[in-house]
Design a protein around this ligand. Structure first.
Ligand code: SF4
Ligand code: SF4
Length: 298
């Protein structure tokens, strides 16, 4: 059965995608994998793996949200709907005496539809994301991209994971590696849900630890085993010790500690995973995988 390994971070900018790209390349050397970029607001894993837009072969349009739309011929101009929208998405066209719905602001909650006495408002499904599939380093990567101003990121993540599972089944992949978005919102919950193991990437700063704790609450909610990677640990050793004390107290395994090195930035600039850009980084990530294998069979 395919196992799902998900990488989260809580705080943005901790190096989650850098870790994901290098782990994907290393794991793919010994196992068949598929990769899912579930950071649908800012999907960068493909870029970190050197993929450009032209390298993606299939594009799937997703319609997972709804927007209010007026049925003009039914509207009597009663203005019942005018001030009902909590998202300020309804304006008034004085000339035509009809409401106008701002597509960017409308969240598709349906309140205006319910309030309209004439049934003059309908909710229409709109295209809110694209899912694309590319190939790199011998594995498939499924990437979801939310359209600007659109909502429904959690549902898009589910679609990205579904597509990755479909590819994994076809290719007999043993592992799906999921790169989640930062934070603790819907896309993270959708990424973590159904995972077999979670790797949480953090850095030695108070905000990163605070966000890590919030992220781990999601992981614990789903009772998923997890381990921690401390990135740039040597920039603030004292705080790294605090993170280690926290993990010890909560019986969470430290999978690895990555020192700060400008080479990681250069790897990103050159669109190469760190382990490909500089072989000297490989042992750091091999250690993470070895520690992971000790506590969880992948
Ligand atoms: S569906 Fe909801 S969010 Fe959209 S315009 Fe109507 S009340 Fe506003
Ligand atoms: S509540 Fe219905 S009928 Fe009244 S203005 Fe709004 S859309 Fe038109």
């Amino acid at each position: 059965m395919t196992k799902i390994l998900t990488i989260i971070s809580g705080k943005g900018g901790t190096g989650k995608t850098t870790v994901a790209a290098s782990l994907a390349v290393l794991v793919s050397k010994t196992k068949k994998i598929a990769v899912a970029d579930c950071d649908v607001d800012a999907p960068n894993l493909g870029l970190s793996l050197g993929l450009k837009e032209k390298d993606y072969s299939s594009f799937i349009k997703i319609r997972a949200t709804e927007k209010a739309e007026l049925i003009k011929e039914k509207c009597t101009g009663c203005k019942e709907c005018l001030n009902i929208c909590s998202f300020n998405a309804i304006k008034w066209n004085k000339k035509q005496n009809i409401p106008v719905f701002d597509k960017l602001l409308c969240e598709g909650c349906g309140t205006c539809k319910i309030i309209c006495p004439e049934n003059a408002i309908k909710l229409k499904k709109v295209e809110n994301a694209t899912i694309s599939v590319g190939e790199t380093y011998g594995f498939s990567i499924v990437s979801g991209q939310l359209k600007i101003g659109e909502s429904g990121s959690g549902r898009i993540v589910m679609e990205v994971k579904r597509k990755a599972q479909e590819i994994a089944r076809k290719k007999n992949a043993e592992i799906i590696l999921v790169d989640s978005s930062a934070g603790i919102g819907c896309p993270v919950i959708a990424s973590v849900n159904g995972s077999d193991y979670v790797i949480a990437v953090t850095e030695p700063t108070p905000s990163a630890l605070s966000d890590l704790k919030r992220g781990l609450k999601i992981v614990n909610h789903f009772r998923i085993p997890c381990g921690i990677v401390i990135n740039k640990y040597d920039l603030n050793k004292e705080f790294s010790d605090k993170i280690e004390a926290f993990t010890k107290k909560n019986k969470i395994q430290i999978l690895g500690k990555i020192p700060y090195n400008k080479g990681f930035v250069k790897a990103l600039v050159n669109l190469r995973p760190a382990v490909v850009y500089n072989k000297r980084f490989e042992p750091l990530f091999i250690k993470i995988l070895d520690n992971l294998k000790k506590s969880y069979k992948i």
